[in-house]
Design a protein around this ligand. Sequence first.
Ligand code: FAD
Length: 330
Amino acid sequence: MSRTILVYAERRDGSLRRVAFEALGAARRLAGDGGSVHAVLAGDGSAAEDAAALQARGADVVHIADDPSLKDYAPEAYLAVLRAAMDAVGPDALLLGHTAAGRELAPRVAAAYGAGHIADVTAIEPSPDGADVGFIRPLYAGKAFERRSFLPGHPWVVTVRPNNLPPAEPLDAGGSGGSVQALPYAPPPLWTAVRGVLRRASGQLDLAEADVVVSGGRGVRSAAGFEPLHALAAAFGGAVGASRAACDAGYCDYALQIGQTGKVVTPQLYIACGISGAIQHLAGMSQSRTIVAINKDPDAPIFSIADYGIVGDLFEIVPLLTSEVLRTNQ
Ligand code: FAD
């Protein structure tokens, strides 16, 4: 079974997001032998710099829209880019990251092309002959999963949750030998304009893409109490998250909140420190590959979903973990 797959290679702050490579990896599997993988890049002068990285990982054709109107993300402009790419490629499927932009663009493209849409996919299971493809997605905050397939006759639009699918590996021969093409893109009228971006500079990795997340809850007790968690996250090269109670108490910024009304993360390792394990928190982290809980209450509900539980005082345990990680890093 061979298909033509288009990937939206999302960039942020002038670089490709990791989920773009995860979507590319999925695209290569879905394309099958004899299929083709196209990627679309958008930016205001620097997008072409990323074409080689996509080709090295299997994009046969990279379509580039470089225009001043694409400096900041605007849904109308980026939708116009995707429409131009859809028209140029006529793909069987469009894959995007399940990011803020991907969530906004995917249903618009699906509506414009009469396509089916499956969102927030965490696993892709093609049948042995590749003809049928199951897309697995969590429901009810991860308490259930559904396996959904597209019916024949329509293009597919799929968003993939960051940090779940294996990224495309570099090709042995150093690249697909494919081509780069300028996309015929005419800036559409915009309905809104970005006047400025106010950034709370945490300087840390994007939580959604971090391999290791060290999270603190009310048990951390203060903003200063988060310092040992930052040190542990830094030792792992990971990011710090928080429960809503910790954010509400002013210990950290709401940008770090994980859960039903915060971010959803699926790192390789999630370390919950002083977090009780309320259902609303679990909604944002229960799909993490390995969960470690540190809590002084042996009956804390977080232990019921933890792979490893440490009953004790986080202020004693976290620094010990940090020094051990630093020692093994040497
Ligand atoms: P607590 O439940 O107070 O737990 C603190 C834990 O720290 C305790 O288990 C305690 O034993 C432990 N502890 C204390 N001191 C130490 C120490 N020194 N060492 C080790 N352990 C210690 N919550 C979220 O997190 N994310 C959400 O997105 C979210 N959305 C919500 C949406 C709605 C509509 C509602 C109603 C609630 C939502 N909540 C959310 C809140 C949620 O219900 C809980 O109140 C919250 O998750 C509790 O945070 P916590 O575990 O940090 O605090």
